[in-house]
Write a protein that binds this ligand. Structure first.
Ligand SMILES: *Cc1c(COP(=O)(O)O)cnc(C)c1O
Length: 361
């Protein structure tokens, strides 16, 4: 075999590989923030009908999904762009705003795609540590913006810590960011966030032409396997995102599933309510076992286990539960079906007591 290798971009050396939440051979998978519920019947029917047309390209402009979203969110259709999951939209954001050598500011620890897409763009990552309570340090993030900053990413609720920002603190932050810098509001878990001062990107983007909101059908809507997400932004940004998309990247099957899901919004939101109730039960039970658990506004909870991260992950694995370790910070546990959560709570309850407290309150 010839051993000469093509020259690839040097910037790839600095790009971490995406680590997916692994699956236990048998048991409970609480590692990828998926919805545990199976698809609704009507969504499955829409998918099978769309599948009969798989010899055709999908609708490039995704007109039907974008119109359904526009109606639901009360925004103009031209303010919406779709992508193969919001992960793809995040890459599009980098393609439209960031050149090699530019800076991208985001909180850390947060979604693990941020360092990857930043690195692929050849940009410099400016990572701002989370507050002690696991929330974004918004004042420090605003301070980190420089002349070279082209994008600032805010994740609320934050993956993997679950903390959500209040809309009032987000407003103060937005006011501090120059209007020439693109702000990405990653709301992958917005449907799970409750409370009067919750952030609603679909409303606040109206006053901010430099804001792009990313949302997904992968989490609350239960369509992770089909790959569809969307962005909401003013026309210049939304149009640029559409230009930067992989042509026909969102399949007809995914588009049909998204439209059918939006038609069944009320039923889906009832499922979200069930997840939220389980989240409260899991959090309260863990706390009563002596664990330090931050409030979560998403479909997972976070344990800041620091140097016990892999030990606890292994402890769960031995009883058939897969959780998501983030060395060296902690473990993220998805809220699953009640039986899975029971199994997790049993495992947590039998973990060595002195190792349960995180270093943060
Ligand atoms: C899951 C997730 C996404 C996107 O997932 P897709 O399946 O690509 O839509 C985006 N941001 C965060 C923070 C996530 O956790």
């Amino acid at each position: 075999m010839p051993n000469a290798r093509p020259i690839l971009r040097a910037t790839l050396d600095a790009v971490p590989a995406y680590v997916p939440g692994s699956t236990a051979p048998a048991g409970w998978k609480l590692s990828s923030n998926e919805l545990a519920h199976p698809p609704l019947d009507g969504v499955l029917d829409a998918v099978s009908t769309a599948a009969t047309q798989m010899n055709r390209y999908p609708d490039l402009a995704a007109v039907e999904v974008r119109s359904s979203l526009a109606d639901r969110l009360d925004v103009p259709v031209r303010h919406i762009a779709v992508g193969a999951g919001s992960s793809e939209l995040l890459q599009q954001v980098m393609r439209i705003a960031v050149d090699p050598g530019d800076e991208v500011v985001y909180a850390w620890r947060s979604f693990e795609s941020y360092p990857i897409v930043t690195g692929l763009a050849g940009a410099r990552a400016v990572e701002v540590p989370l507050n002690e309570d696991e929330s974004h340090d918004l004042p420090a993030m605003a301070d980190a913006v420089s002349d070279r900053t082209r994008a600032v990413v805010v994740c609320t609720p934050n993956n993997p810590t679950g903390r959500a920002l209040r809309s009032s603190e987000l407003s103060d932050f937005l006011a501090r960011i120059p209007s020439t810098v693109l702000i990405v509001l990653d709301e992958a878990y917005t449907e799970f966030a409750t409370g009067p001062d919750r952030v609603d990107g679909a409303r606040i983007y109206r006053d901010h032409p430099n804001l792009v909101v990313l949302r997904t059908f992968s989490k609350a809507y239960g369509l992770a396997g089909l790959r569809i997400g969307y962005a909401i932004a003013h026309e210049s940004v939304a149009e640029a995102l559409r230009k930067a998309a992989v042509p026909f990247g969102v399949s007809s099957v995914a588009q049909a599933a998204a439209v059918a899901s939006l038609e069944r919004h009320d039923r889906l939101i009832r499922r979200v309510a069930a997840v939220v109730a389980e989240r409260t039960r899991v959090r309260d039970t863990l706390r009563s076992q002596g664990w330090t658990v931050p409030d979560s506004a998403a479909n997972f909870v976070w344990l800041r286990l620091t140097d016990r991260t892999s030990d606890f992950t292994e402890h769960c694995r031995r009883v058939g539960i897969t959780v998501r370790p983030y060395e060296p910070d902690g473990v993220r546990i998805t809220i699953g079906e009640p039986a899975a959560n029971d199994a997790l709570l049993r495992a947590a309850g039998t973990y060595s007591y002195r190792n349960r407290g995180g270093r943060r309150q």
